[in-house]
Write a protein that binds this ligand. Structure first.
Ligand code: SF4
Ligand code: SF4
Length: 298
């Protein structure tokens, strides 16, 4: 547990968390939307600091990042908690654990140990991933600073629902990000993620402006975000606002492993190919179809 880095004190011992675009106002003894930040005696505490729920060594292509340190492996870490509640979440058992159980579990570990493990395994990067790194930003940031000193690259795999304050805090130490652009409608973000679109677009533009390497992922969910217009809007946004060299991953949804969309079928390959074609027609240099066994795209 540690004091949060980004919050404002309000009247009556309330606090406002400034870590993500929810900007939760939290009363004493209560937690924010992510379930891992609690207001205590007029202070905001990050309950998940240093409590690692997952630590693996993954191919960087699994993030997915196809154009950043290709062919390497990345130490990948997460705590519990997320600022979204995606019905499609495949890691819901850890992303939603605090909200579902009230528990903030995980194994105690220090930023120094994370960096030592990375060096011991000769890994060139650390990925902050699986859940949402924004909700463990204090631990991520402390680790990122040490990693940077050792020449290790820092990667966030994120929903992009950040505050401007969070961007300013972490971006100096961030080398690459894979950002979900789940849909191009606010309606989808509200109904299926309990989030909003605009803060995600703002984060993407800020990352681009700061010249941090970005790749984008859209999990294509049958009937929910698989219309041609949605693909066109995403592809045009990437081309116009971020640049044609920014890769777009269109990935297959699997209902069976989703949190609350188990009745939906897997994404047909034809739909992914349609998204691929639309991306290429919009002028994107790199469109990748992902999660489909045995299929490779450029
Ligand atoms: S990180 Fe986001 S969801 Fe969590 S308490 Fe802060 S503003 Fe709320
Ligand atoms: S943002 Fe990612 S980790 Fe969080 S609920 Fe959505 S899919 Fe799960």
């Amino acid at each position: 547990m540690k004091s949060a880095y980004l919050y404002k004190k309000l009247e009556n011992q309330k606090v406002q968390c400034q870590n993500c675009a929810h900007y939760c106002t939290i009363s004493p003894g209560k937690r924010g939307v992510c379930g891992v930040r609690e207001s205590q005696n007029g202070k905001l505490l990050a309950l998940n600091y240093g409590k690692i729920i997952a630590l693996h060594i993954d191919p960087i292509e699994k993030k997915p990042l196809y154009h950043f340190l290709p062919g390497t492996y990345s130490l990948s870490i997460a705590t519990v908690g997320c600022n979204f509640k995606c019905k499609s979440c495949q890691n819901w058992d850890i992303s939603q654990a605090p909200q579902l159980t009230g528990q903030v579990g995980g194994e105690e570990i220090s930023p120094e140990e994370i960096v030592r493990t990375t060096l011991k395994n000769n890994l060139p990067s650390i990925s902050y991933t699986y859940t949402e790194p924004a909700v463990f930003s204090e631990f991520a940031l402390d680790t990122m600073k040490l990693a940077r000193k050792e020449g290790i690259k820092n990667i966030w795999v994120t929903n992009g629902f950040w505050s401007k304050e969070l961007f300013d805090l972490v971006s100096p130490y961030l080398d690459a990000a894979n950002v979900d652009l789940k849909s191009f409608t606010d309606e989808f973000y509200i109904k299926y993620c309990s989030g909003r679109l605009q803060p995600v677009l703002d984060t993407l533009k800020r990352l681009k402006k700061k010249k941090i390497w970005v790749e984008i992922t859209t999990l294509v969910i049958p009937t929910l975000n698989d219309k041609e217009e949605n693909f066109k809007n995403i592809a045009n946004f990437i081309k116009k606002e971020l640049g044609p060299e920014v890769p777009w991953h269109v990935t297959q949804f699997s209902g069976a492993i989703s949190w609350q969309l188990q009745s939906l079928p897997n994404t047909p390959l034809e739909t992914l190919k349609k998204a691929y074609k639309i991306g290429k027609e919009a002028g994107l240099k790199y469109v990748h179809i992902g999660n489909v066994f045995g299929l490779n795209t450029e």
